[in-house]
Design a protein around this ligand. Sequence first.
Ligand code: PLP
Length: 342
Amino acid sequence: MEIEKLVRPNILALKPYSSARDEYTGSASTLLDANENPFPTEVNRYPDPYQRKLKGAISKLKQVEATNIFLGNGSDEAIDLLFRTFCRPGLDNVVSIDPTYGMYEVSAGINDVAIKKVPLTKNFELNADLLLKAIDENTKLIFICSPNNPSGNLLYNNEIEKVIEEFKGLVVIDEAYIDFAKSPSFTNRLDKFENLVILQTFSKAWGMAGVRLGMAFANEKIIKLFNKVKPPYNINELTQKFALQQLENMDAIQTLTNVLIEERERLDAALNKFAVVIKTYPSDSNFILTKFKDSEQVYRSLVEQQIIVRDRSKVLYGDNCLRITVGTPDENNQLLKALSQI
Ligand SMILES: *Cc1c(COP(=O)(O)O)cnc(C)c1O
């Protein structure tokens, strides 16, 4: 596949900004090139624009070459970059599953790119043929989210692979919740598919939503394009340092992830015992989509009891559904107690 053919012509022709840290990357002791303040504050220097140290650590953990990694100010930055790099405003379009994460549509709107939303089945499964039917000659990207938000389930790998194999544009698989799932990441298929972009984030299992750090894994040509389009210093020094520290706490984070997975199973079983609950949808993530007899009444009652969940009753197939994030064991007990009051 020729990635160059998918790229917006102005981006292909773009001469990127060359920062001081691009032009000199050695380890000189006197840096008088970037108009920084010389007096040390821990953050008086510009950060590494390519986050080499951090990418080195992520590369080891994920078994993906550093040249196949892009880091963004949240995965939301990678989503926006995909539009800005590949989609000509007013001309191109993208395809996404429905229901799914709301940012694809918002980013499409900001970039004046049409989005075609293809329904999942009513059990939130992916039908590859239906998705592929929606593409036309101006479709540049397909967004697939697995495990999907707000339904919580992993989509079938063979259906996803069929989409990757048959579509001539880029297939973006958003794996924000993959650390809570049984299935391995698609990162081990990067060598096989040039048109695959995988998004992951430090916001969920890693517990770092506040630092804004997202990952994209893809073919080196795509990563180079992202590097060209992104703001030069998109990941700040504090974020890079903090993430490096947390990557050394891998065991502790894995333990907490396991607690959340156990709590998800406990919560799921407990939710299904309430008369106000019709059913829960199977989850491979850190939330449970739950169908109630009267979600509005449950939502209001929970708010009165100081508990906030997400109303998903207006999304496709989400009638009377609330999305409940798995909390600490104590928070989950509070939720169950509150539900028993209804
Ligand atoms: C939470 C979430 C993200 C995370 O976005 P960040 O910008 O990295 O915080 C990405 N995709 C999906 C589907 C999510 O639910």
